[in-house]
Unconditional design. Structure first.
Length: 65
């Protein structure tokens, strides 16, 4: 029996509106699945997701449990 690795997840919350920011930043928000302010999504903690969060760090926050 092999124990499955527990996948780490990130809880990401949108805290600011993308209005006034460029189109690519709005597309990154949509790519993460965020739609409106205070919306929270859970994504797997991968380098790709971390990079997306870094690009829009002024619009989102990581929720710590």
């Amino acid at each position: 029996m092999s124990a499955k690795k527990a996948k780490k997840t990130l809880r990401i919350e949108q805290v600011r509106s993308p209005i006034g920011y460029n189109k690519k930043q709005r597309e990154v928000l949509r790519g993460l699945g965020l739609r409106k302010i205070r919306h929270v999504v859970e994504r797997e903690d991968t380098p790709a997701v971390r990079g997306m969060v870094t690009k829009i760090s002024h619009l989102v926050q990581i929720i710590e449990d």
